[in-house]
Structures are given as C-alpha cells and as structure tokens.
Design a protein around this ligand. Structure first.
Ligand code: DOR
Ligand code: ZN
Ligand code: ZN
Length: 356
C-alpha cells in the first residue's frame, strides 16, 4: 500500500518560549518539531517572559519568528489586567487573544470580572478569543460567549463535566468550540503516578472516566486536537519545583494515527480534528500544494532519540505506535523527509502576513 497523503496539520496551541525561555524551545527548534509531526501551521501562546501583552513585545517577537520559522506561525496576544487598554493595538499582529482564567505556567491571569468584560469589549470581533478555563470557569466562558454573542474557543478540555457543558452549550446554538490534547486522550492519573513531574501539566491528567468521556465526544463535541506542546528542560522537570507542561508536537499525529489504525476514530475525523476544523475556527490562511505523507502501517516505539524539540524528551517515550510521518511538502517545497528538516530558516510565513 502506498503512503497516505494528509493535508498539512494545524496546531492551535503551542508554547515556543520566545522571548525569555529559549533554553526550552525557540522558533527554529519548535517549528522543526512541528514539521516532524506533520504540522505546517502552528499558533504560539503568549505566556512568555515577558508575555505578549504589549505591542512592542509582540512586534519584536513577530520579527524574530519571521527570521527563524520552518513552518507557518501565528502568535496569540495575552490578556493582562494591567494592560487591558492595549488590546486593540495587539489585535493587528496577533492571530487571536488568549485569556488565562486558571493558574498555570507564568503569571498571565485575568481573574476579575471588569477586566474580563473589557477583553470582550475591546478585542475585535473578527478575531477569536481562546480561554484556558478549567472546571467552573468553563461556565464563565460559556456565559461570556452567550452574553456577547461571539465565538469562544476552549483550550485543552479534559474533564467529563466540562465536555458535557460544552455539548449542552452547542445544543443551545452558542458559538463555542473546544480542543482536547493527545495527553488527555492517551494518559490518565495512573500515568501521572508512574511518570511524576514528566506527566504534570495544567489541566492535570484526569481519571479514566474523564478520558472515556473525551473519547465518547471525539466524533461530536470536540472540534480540534491541539498539542499544548509545553516544553521544559529535563533539569527543570526534575528540579524541586518542576514547571507544568509536556511537549507534544512530534507525538500527536503518530498517537492519533495509532487510534485510527485501532479504529477508535476514522481517518476522515482525524483530518477534521487536526486540519480542517482548526483552520476554519481560527480563520487560518490556506497552504496550497501542501501535504504530509505518512506510512500508516509503520509500527515502532516512540523515543526521546532524534526529537527535534529542544527539550529532548516526551512523556510518551516507550509507547508503541502505528503510523510514521515520512515527508512534508509546504507550498510545493519538500520541507521535511526521513527525519530531517530541509526547509530554509525563515521560509515559514507569519499569520497575519506583512505587518511591518
Ligand atoms: O501544563 C501547562 N503548561 N499548561 C499550561 O496552560 C501552560 C503550559 C506552559 O506554558 O508550560
Ligand atoms: Zn492552558
Ligand atoms: Zn498551553
């Protein structure tokens, strides 16, 4: 059987650590990892150091990115209560707005209602708002989507009650969408006990019943698979105060192809969840002459060896998978083949284009 041809995947939730965390990942290593995972467009999160909450920082980061990237990249602006009036100025260079309602890596948080309302009033309607909301805060986001009649995208939904609430909101016709991560689909609390800090992230790994609920909703309520690629160095993860987060760009497609091989989801649904839906929800530009070639029957063990991500480890190391990325073509150019990145630095495009 010949290789399978998939569209270039889009990951709407990646942490690339520029500025301030380049020892964990940078635009070069992160977009190389994306290509190795069949991802040709990624959206990078704003919880950097400093965070992407000011126009100057956002523009400088765009410029740095443009010189380095191997695939297409959009940057999220971050909502910060102290700088909320800057949101309109951030909306040009940013692809979308990210609001953190819950505690996670870095200080970015919007906890007071006036600041939250200001986000919905000041951020232009043509660009989507994405939220890190856990537990009852998912209901806060659903309420805001209803009150302001505008799309809200929920990041990394991980609990049964959360996915059921989003299903109910969708039945009501509310403009909400959501993503789930491969780690919340393929790992649970039991793995957290086994892997310790290497399986610590926000939201934390959940109970088996939550994992089952995500799988049950994969064909209906779930809109996207997003990696929440959150690289930290092994030294940081093994320190006394390990930061939360796990890498995922290179393992996401092999894991989902394995699920497809096991008939846990169809290949058509995989393509919707990893390419069509994220591109539509975030209004990402098309990439003509772009595809990913995979060998759907290649069976192998995921390993830390040969990873493109700077952090050099994966919580899935040692897991047997079926399905390997062989080759990636972006806008007619071979950018990745047989484990090697062939693209030129800076050949990826920033979304939106031509800012300066
Ligand atoms: O585990 C996480 N790590 N969750 C987040 O929301 C942030 C991320 C990070 O930036 O490391
Ligand atoms: Zn998050
Ligand atoms: Zn994240």
């Amino acid at each position: 059987m010949p290789n399978l041809r998939l569209p270039g995947l889009a990951d709407v939730h990646t942490h690339l650590r520029v500025p301030g965390g380049e020892q964990k990942e940078d635009f070069s290593s992160g977009t190389a990892a994306a290509l190795a995972g069949g991802i040709t467009t990624l959206l990078a999160m704003p919880n950097t150091t400093p965070p992407l909450t000011r126009p100057g920082t956002l523009r400088e980061t765009c410029q740095k990115a443009q010189r380095a990237i191997f695939c297409d990249v959009g940057l999220f602006a971050g909502a910060s209560p102290q700088e909320i009036e800057l949101l309109p100025q951030l909306s040009g260079p940013a692809v979308a707005l990210k609001i953190y309602l819950n505690e996670t890596f870095g200080p970015l948080r919007v906890e007071d209602l006036p600041a939250l309302l200001a986000c919905f009033q000041l951020w232009p309607r043509r660009k989507i708002i994405a939220m890190h909301a856990e537990g009852p805060n998912v209901a806060v986001g659903v309420g805001l989507a209803a009150a302001y009649r505008r799309p809200v995208h929920f990041c990394h939904i991980s609990r049964r009650a959360e996915i059921e609430l989003i299903a109910a909101a969708k039945r009501r016709g509310l403009p909400v969408t959501c993503e789930v991560t491969p780690h919340h689909l393929f790992l649970s609390e039991a793995d957290a006990a086994r892997l310790g800090p290497l399986a610590d992230m926000r939201p934390r790994l959940a109970a088996a019943a939550d994992v089952e609920a995500l799988w049950r909703h994969l064909d209906t309520t779930v809109d996207c698979i997003a990696t929440d690629h959150a690289p930290h160095t092994l030294a940081e993860k093994q320190s006394a105060n390990p930061p939360p987060g796990v890498p995922g760009l290179e393992t996401s497609l092999p894991l989902l192809l394995t699920a497809a091989a096991e008939k846990r989801l169809s290949l058509e649904r995989l393509i919707e969840l990893m390419a069509t839906h994220p591109r539509r929800i975030f209004k990402l530009p098309p990439q003509p002459d772009t595809w990913v070639e995979v060998d759907p029957r290649a069976s192998y063990t995921l390993s830390n060896e040969g990873l493109q991500t700077k952090c050099g480890w994966s919580p899935f190391s040692g897991m047997r998978v079926t399905g390997r990325v062989q080759r990636v073509v972006l806008r007619g150019t071979e950018v990745y083949a047989d484990g090697k990145v062939l693209a030129q630095p800076g050949s990826g495009q920033m979304i939106p284009r031509a800012l300066n």
